[in-house]
Design a protein around this ligand. Sequence first.
Ligand SMILES: C[S@@+](CC[C@H](N)C(=O)[O-])C[C@H]1O[C@@H](n2cnc3c(N)ncnc32)[C@H](O)[C@@H]1O
Length: 288
Amino acid sequence: MNHHIWDAYSKSYLNIQKNPASFQLSLMNMLRFNEAEEILDAGCAGGQLHQYILQQRKNTCKLTACDFSLQMVKVAATRMLKFLNNPLSGEIMEISPLEIENVDLNCPLLEQNNYKIFQGDVQSLTQLNNNQFDIYISNMVIHLVENKNQAIQEAFRVLKPGGKIGIVIPVASGNLLMATMTKCFMQCGLIQNMPFKPTDIETREEMISFIKKYGFTDILCWNQTIPFDLYDIDNNYIFPQFKEILEKAPQEQVDQFYAFFKEEVQNRLNQNLPFTVEGLCLIAKKPL
Ligand SMILES: C[S@@+](CC[C@H](N)C(=O)[O-])C[C@H]1O[C@@H](n2cnc3c(N)ncnc32)[C@H](O)[C@@H]1O
């Protein structure tokens, strides 16, 4: 998947990102981020938790974030500036397209608050030094990356000895929302197969042996399921891979998809169940 899909998706991320952010909260807790001096959020998208991190971190702690989608980076920076200019305002999501377009990623206010954000690919973080970070977090990103080996090698390189990595990837079989959307797409003939390759890591054992290869120790790995607050079929909840297909499809098929999907959502709600996504979460240490 290239960054253009995520650029186009960045507006939706103002709303949707609060769901997978629950995984990130668990990671932060398990990694004890409040003890860190430098944190990297790799593949940060709209930076949903950045304000929270700023409020909870040690005063001296620096937060660096990157994403390969420039639009995502701009959303995160705009959101952060909005927050820094008015930390007491409860609602910081209402930002206009113009504010996002004109945001200055090098604005001094960001630096004064020990916050740095840039457009960067997690497979090659040339902007970052060796042994720089106490914590490397990457929530729901590594499964999307072309060369996972390179991404984890980069994580290892930028972490200090004793530094910790925290990653989450979705479990394909436990991603109910994705599975339901796929089913509806197939029902109305929009696709014959999954529009993308699911990751080859599905179990704790696979995840642990994947990360062990790079020299990480003190590994903890667990499955975690989170609910999606999906109560209607707002466009915001269409995954980017599917959005692209819908945009090119005849209106009749699009309407059919929405009708099928609406029914699936209603069936789920009738059982008093939310849609859920299951993640494989892992934390580990770079040896001293
Ligand atoms: C599912 S979102 C997860 C974002 C965020 N970490 C969260 O917790 O919500 C995936 C993000 O990864 C970014 N991404 C995908 N591949 C990347 C890569 N190779 N380098 C940097 N960012 C990447 C996308 O642009 C998108 O913003």
